[in-house]
Design a protein. Structure first.
Lengths: 200, 202
């Protein structure tokens, strides 16, 4: 596989290190996390989301997580699209905290944390175009308040020109990043917190 | 032609966390089983998954589904070293409870209760939420999983230290990270591409 392992790269896992040995105990997970990355970001066929859409949404999602190294990794592929990269950075500046949202009406309603659905600013809509605007707004929903998801949210994507298969790819991309960014963050903390005698 | 999302009549949706078996129905059209090609079947990994509307929807992007499925299986089923299965399922349940995925929580709470033989503790986590009273080891696993589920991620050195104090080695802590992180993937698909439904009908 020519592309280096993205999680190892972004955590800073060196061959032969303790975390290298730990990841080696879950070899299928390690290999297939990378294969998931490749299928989403370096697909053999273009599929129903463009490379620009994939990288723009990824850099937006990483910024919403305040994961600057991951954001820089994906934004590097937007080098030829400075207008998009700048608009992504500006739109991500509103980043809030999650998870919030409403439950289906009933006993869990007491736990509802209602919050607004994010909408791209009118200045950036023409930069993104209808499809990418809808994708960015959907990514925001999935990152911060996935329990507010609805058929209408998918209808908004369909109306903006996304196909059913394209929505599956987009949803996988955002959801995969929620995984990848957490593995990177978690392993970085683990590597930076060596065991002490007191903790044994 | 613009496709249409599928809307179901309201009223029968499960609206509380449960260990009972419930169903799931899609908001977008899955591929019909008779249209699955060899590439799709490879993406499903397990032939039985051709019966599932969820997997027949995800298989529209078969390469991603296949890689995701193999990631999932190794994180949860590979018993070599690391965290016991029960506590991997506990991490999955805690992430699902925090994100609010009633369907995911139902499946993995059943697994957590089964493998731990502690159904009362698992049920308390479902009923009272992620701050429910638990022993120190489960408290550490749940708190770490919830901190990993927050955006921005709130997992820090204090979580690692509490997991170590509770007896987890670094391989087990990596399993907590992987298990909670994976459910931040799964929850977002289950929550956004469809909804829970009653076990029969719907």
């Amino acid at each position: 596989m020519s592309t280096p392992d993205v999680i190892d790269h972004l955590v800073g896992i060196a061959p032969g290190s303790p975390l290298d040995a730990i990841r080696a105990q879950r070899p299928e997970a390690r290999e297939n996390a990378q294969r998931s990355y490749l299928a989403l970001f370096e697909p053999e066929a273009p599929g129903e989301a463009s490379a620009l859409e994939r990288y723009a949404v990824a850099s937006y999602v990483a910024r919403l997580h305040r994961a600057p190294a991951v954001a820089a990794f994906y934004a590097a592929r937007l080098a030829d699209h400075a207008d998009i990269a700048d608009a992504v950075a500006a739109e991500a500046a509103h980043a809030t905290t999650g998870p919030y949202g409403r439950f289906p009406p009933g006993p869990l309603s007491a736990e509802d944390m209602p919050g607004a659905a994010y909408r791209v600013g009118s200045d950036h809509r023409p930069v993104f175009g209808a499809r990418l605007t809808a994708a960015i707004e959907h990514a925001d929903l999935l990152v911060f308040h996935p329990r507010d998801a609805s058929p209408q949210a998918l209808q908004d994507l369909l109306d903006a020109g996304w196909s059913t298969t394209g929505i599956v790819t987009l949803s996988q991309l955002v959801a995969f990043l929620a995984f990848q960014i957490r593995v990177i963050a978690g392993l970085k903390v683990l590597a930076a917190t060596p065991a002490t005698d007191a903790a044994r | 032609m613009i496709e249409a999302a599928i809307v179901y009549p309201r009223g029968d949706q499960p609206n509380a966390f449960t260990r009972d078996e419930i169903g799931w129905r899609p908001w977008l059209a899955p591929l019909p089983e008779e249209e699955l090609t060899d590439r799709h079947r490879a993406g499903l990994v397990e032939p039985a998954r051709a019966k599932s509307a969820y997997f027949r929807l995800l298989v529209r992007d078969p390469e991603v589904l296949e890689a995701r499925t193999r990631t999932d299986k190794d994180i949860f089923y590979n018993t070599r070293a690391g965290l016991p299965r029960a506590e991997r399922e506990l991490a999955a349940t805690a992430a699902s409870r925090s994100n609010g995925c009633i369907f995911c929580a139902s499946v993995h709470a059943r697994f957590a209760a089964h493998y731990s033989r502690r159904p009362e503790d698992v049920q308390r986590l479902l009923d009272e939420g992620v701050t429910a009273e638990l022993d120190a080891r489960w408290r550490a696993v749940v708190d770490a999983s919830v901190a990993l589920t927050a955006t921005p991620i709130a997992f820090g050195p204090e979580h690692v230290e509490r997991l170590r104090t509770a007896g987890l080695d670094d391989a087990a802590i990596a399993d907590v990270v992987n298990g909670a992180a994976f459910f931040n993937w799964a929850n977002r698909l289950m929550l956004s591409l469809g909804e829970p439904k009653p076990p029969h009908g719907g």
